[in-house]
Design a protein around this ligand. Structure first.
Ligand code: G3P
Ligand code: MG
Length: 342
């Protein structure tokens, strides 16, 4: 339990607003804070380090458990964060435990996709890295992949005989070629590579971001680009087209869920607040097609603020998905919010 929590006691009424921060291109570029994010976030805490303003991070990124991300991000930004304040692209996957919690599933992507799914309650989850190791020669190029030093083989699963019941792309895939190959094997065979033609198991993506802002000056290809690559290949080699579900922003459900979590945070820190109301929720994002588009679909109480530290680099507002406000940095955005709400 964080210090902020242990000090919970009736305070004044909560401020009637909350903030959702995008991470990549707003708070961080790669692992570096950007746009004065550290100073901006400090302004949301009181002198004792307790939270004053309800806020959370609403990112399409992931590959790390929310508990770990809260700790790492908190260290990087110099503030105390709760796992509840981290909403990642894959966070809604936990709602699927009732369908797949006891089924054999494959988790794909950078980081620790299997640990993420295990924390959500999935019991029979194997990472793509491990899954590959059960099938000799499934990746004909593996001998050229010098970065892969050792194969993980836990022998926990009967992967050579049990059919995969669902695939979850948790985070950006690292080895697109291998993953497209093995996903095509799983999906067109009905769940067992090396066999032919079966019913496609369900496929879920944590987001559908075509591009995002990393450290490199121009945008990088994201999970949406991987989805297009997989879908293009799959549809060429299979008679039925690929079926899949994508989560993450701009889906309005994500914003409804974030609103519910912000209200939960509000009532934890301000148990006396009557009616548990947030009249305005500010989303600070960098990607018009994702962050601003999502807010526009979600409608009130959401208010969109677009920064110039990430995907959007224009002088005026975005043409296709104009934001309610455009600023240079997250620091400027927080300054605007705090002045407006004074
Ligand atoms: O992979 C990360 C990217 O898709 C977007 O992250 O924080 O900008 O929603 P974010
Ligand atoms: Mg972003």
């Amino acid at each position: 339990i964080s210090r902020a929590f242990s000090n919970l006691q009736p305070k004044n009424e909560s401020p009637p607003f909350g903030i959702a921060f995008d991470i990549d291109g707003v708070i961080l570029r790669g692992h570096e804070p950007v746009g004065g994010s550290q100073l901006a976030l400090k302004r949301l805490y009181d002198d004792r380090g307790d939270l004053k303003i309800p806020f959370l991070f609403l990112t399409n990124g992931g590959g790390v458990r929310e508990s770990k991300r809260a700790y790492e991000l908190g260290e990087l930004l110099g503030v105390k964060l709760l796992p509840l304040q981290i909403v990642q692209g894959h966070s809604p996957f936990k709602e699927l435990v009732h369908r797949f919690g006891d089924k054999f599933i494959v988790a794909v992507g950078k980081g620790e996709p299997d640990a993420v799914m295990t924390e959500y309650g999935f019991k029979e989850v194997v990472s793509m890295d491990e899954y590959e190791s059960y099938f000799n020669d499934i990746d004909p190029l593996s001998q050229y992949k010098t970065w892969r030093s050792k194969q993980i083989f836990s022998n926990k699963f009967n992967a050579r005989t049990d059919k995969v019941q669902a695939v979850f792309v948790v985070s950006d895939p690292v080895d697109w070629g291998r993953d497209i190959q093995i996903l095509c094997d799983i999906l067109r065979s009905g769940g067992l590579p090396g066999t032919k033609n079966g019913h496609q198991p369900p496929l879920f993506f944590a987001n559908d971001d075509l591009e995002y802002q990393g450290v490199f000056p121009t945008e990088r290809l994201g999970m949406g680009a991987f989805r297009i690559a997989l879908e293009s290949v799959f549809n060429k080699i299979h008679h039925d087209s690929l079926k899949y579900t994508s989560f993450g922003k701009p889906n309005p459900v994500v914003f409804k869920n974030a609103e519910a979590i912000l209200k939960q945070i509000q009532s934890m820190y301000y148990p006396d607040t009557e009616g548990n109301q947030l009249k305005t929720i500010y989303m600070i994002g960098d990607n018009p097609a994702v962050d601003i588009n999502g807010v526009r679909q979600a409608g009130p109480p959401w208010f969109s603020i677009l920064t110039r530290t990430g995907v959007f680099k224009g002088k005026e507002n975005d043409f296709n998905y104009p934001a309610d406000l455009v600023v240079d940095t997250v620091e400027e955005a927080v300054d605007f919010i705090l002045k407006k709400e004074q």
